[in-house]
Write a protein that binds this ligand. Structure first.
Ligand code: HEM
Length: 566
């Protein structure tokens, strides 16, 4: 089918013709005779307008006509010519100017899931004047993102994305060719090197594992201090610092204490960042909104500037103290790549120093908010389901005991804990969409023609709540991931959970993300039992964003036994 599209393109379309332009002339100008007619009509329109100049409603009519003409032309310019044998994308009728914006509601993941019940796994909506493809259904996502990964691996050129990292972000910029591929390989290699380098203090673990366990220990001590002092704590406020310390250690060789203003100023910006960078921000699709006074856009610009300043401080320090014989962290390793102009043995691509060293911003930015959100949802589910918390603790007591800390190598022996983490990812679906993609060429999907350059929303939330994939999808039930006797996690069920994306754009930090969630949780649960406060109602309704958070809430906890000291 894709070959057909290509043949159609080569055979039928003059060089500069925009897809859709021929269909437009067929639809609005079906015969040559009509051309003449339309000219006459044009003259009579001008005459009509001239006559009306005398009357009092002239200006209103003129303005209305111009607006109508602009809207008409814009809508016409969006139409796409379909190759023979392909189906037109289904989707709701858009309104002029705003498109389907009003149908998106405060929770676009829910509205688009509902629409997928009517229009299917592949449909089109329009935000403002821009069309957008919405993909749902596990098989459709696997088809697009794995089997047709090249065609669906682009990123759209969006206004908000251009503000991230001064337009240099590997994750958000619209580079999707060789430059992005080379940067992504650098990011993957840097993470691999610093995630797997051996620990100087323990022969059977790696440095990151040691760092995570140490941070989890500090966190438990902090929780204990707060409980002794006030009887309660806001978990998010402290978890975010511990998690940020892990990625800060990897990227810059630095850690902060829980009250450090410099770090808090940066990590507390994530809610605003997530709200603006979330899929479907109207400012990305209705250009006039970018120029109107808009407090959330102003905040978003400031957040990006603050974040960049924080990063630049570290990179400057690293350049000053760089020693190629002593590579301390990811920033040093990227500086080394940029100095040796050694990006990749597999390609001849040349990257600017800026493009190489800025990769650290992507890793730091993505590395703390996601994991903090996962851990804070985990704590919410644990206090909402004390029986589940108890079952995890029984498993930890049985497999690890109380004399030593949990390790990554214990994972296979802790199936219920693993099942809990998977169910937390699935049920919360706190990344309801991946970061938006865009198509890199004309293609086909499920029989539909998909034009090059269309923005693609990938609805992970829909897959995680699809009644065709999950029994009772709204029930929180870790057991759904276990085999019959509860001794193993079912791999097929596990692979149905969509939280890290799929294919060429799949999260580069997935291994570290899974490792951190497991080690923080098991270390905390081995030593502490968490509760909601007496009389406090848990509000677990998610607030839409790039990562969805629950409302901040204060919890309490007690030590299960005297703190471990080694
Ligand atoms: C539980 C934790 C995490 C979750 C749920 C998560 C999820 C995601 C998702 C859904 C995407 C977008 C995929 C797409 O656009 O198709 C993504 C991209 C990305 N993630 Fe993660 N992530 C997590 C942790 C991390 C960590 C720890 C790092 C770095 C240390 C990281 C680095 C990145 C980067 C650099 C990208 C952009 C990849 C690209 O555009 O090529 N993530 N992540």
């Amino acid at each position: 089918m894709r070959q057909e599209v290509q043949q159609w393109r080569e055979a039928g379309r003059p060089n500069n013709e925009v897809p859709g332009s021929r269909q437009r002339s067929i639809q609005t100008d079906p015969g040559q005779g009509r051309q003449q007619g339309s000219q006459t009509k044009m003259t009579s329109w001008i005459g009509l307008i001239a006559d009306m100049m005398d009357n009092s409603t002239t200006t209103e009519v003129l303005v209305a006509s111009i607006v109508f003409a602009i809207v008409f032309l814009v809508i016409r310019s969006q139409r796409v010519k379909l190759p023979p044998g392909t189906k037109k994308l289904p989707g709701p009728m858009p309104y002029p100017v705003i498109g389907n914006l009003l149908s998106l509601s405060k929770n676009p993941h829910l509205s688009l899931t509902k629409m997928s019940e009517t229009y299917g796994d592949v449909f089109q909506i329009q935000i403002g004047t821009k069309p957008m493809l919405v993909l749902s259904g596990l098989e459709t996502l696997r088809q697009a993102l794995i089997r047709q990964s090249d065609e669906f691996a682009g990123r759209p050129d969006l206004f908000t994305f251009r503000l991230v990292g001064d337009g240099q972000s590997m994750t958000f910029s619209s580079d999707s060719g060789e430059v992005w591929r080379a940067r992504r390989r650098l990011a993957q290699n840097a993470l691999k090197t610093f995630a797997t380098s051996p620990s100087p203090t323990s022969s059977n673990s790696c440095l990151v594992e040691e760092n995570i366990i140490t941070e989890a220990e500090y966190l438990i001590r902090k929780f204990k201090e707060l409980i002794d002092d006030k009887g309660e704590f806001d978990p998010y406020r402290y978890v975010v610092v511990s998690v940020a310390n892990v990625i800060c250690g990897m990227c810059f060789g630095k850690r902060y204490n829980h009250d450090d203003e410099e770090l808090l100023n940066v990590v507390n910006l994530t809610d605003e960042f997530g709200a603006a960078a979330a899929s479907g921000n109207p400012a990305d699709f209705i250009p006039i909104l970018q120029y109107l006074p808009n407090s959330s856009m102003k905040a978003f610009k400031e957040i990006n500037q603050k974040f960049l300043a924080f990063m630049q401080k570290f990179t400057k320090e690293h350049y000053k103290t760089f020693d190629k014989n002593h590579i301390r962290d990811i920033t040093d390793s990227l500086i080394q790549h940029s100095q040796e102009k050694r990006v990749d043995e597999n390609s001849n691509i040349q990257l600017s120093n800026e493009k190489i060293v800025n990769i650290v911003n992507d890793l730091f930015g993505a590395g703390f908010d996601t994991i903090t959100t996962a851990l804070s949802w985990s704590l919410m589910y644990l206090v909402a389901h004390p029986n589940i918390q108890q079952r995890i603790q029984d498993e930890l007591d049985q497999v690890i005991g109380r004399e030593r800390r949990p390790r990554l190598s214990d994972r296979a022996q802790l199936p219920y804990t693993e099942a809990f983490i998977l169910e937390m990812f699935r049920h919360s679906s706190f990344m309801p969409f991946t970061i938006p993609h865009c198509t890199t060429k004309d293609t086909m999907l499920n029989g539909y023609f998909i034009p090059k350059g269309i923005c693609v929303l990938i609805n992970q939330w829909q897959v995680n709540h699809d009644p065709n994939l999950w029994q009772d999808p709204f029930k929180f039930c870790p057991e759904r991931f276990l085999n019959n006797d509860g001794t193993m996690v079912n791999k097929t069920e596990m692979e149905k959970v969509m939280i890290f994306g799929l294919g060429k754009r799949r999260c580069v930090g997935e291994a570290i993300g899974r490792m951190e969630v497991f080690l923080f949780l098991t270390t905390m649960l081995q030593q502490m039992q968490f509760f909601k406060q007496d009389g406090e109602k848990l509000d677990m309704s998610p607030q839409y964003g790039l990562t969805m958070k629950h409302k901040r809430c204060h919890l309490t906890a007690k030590l299960r036994f005297a703190l471990l000291t080694n």
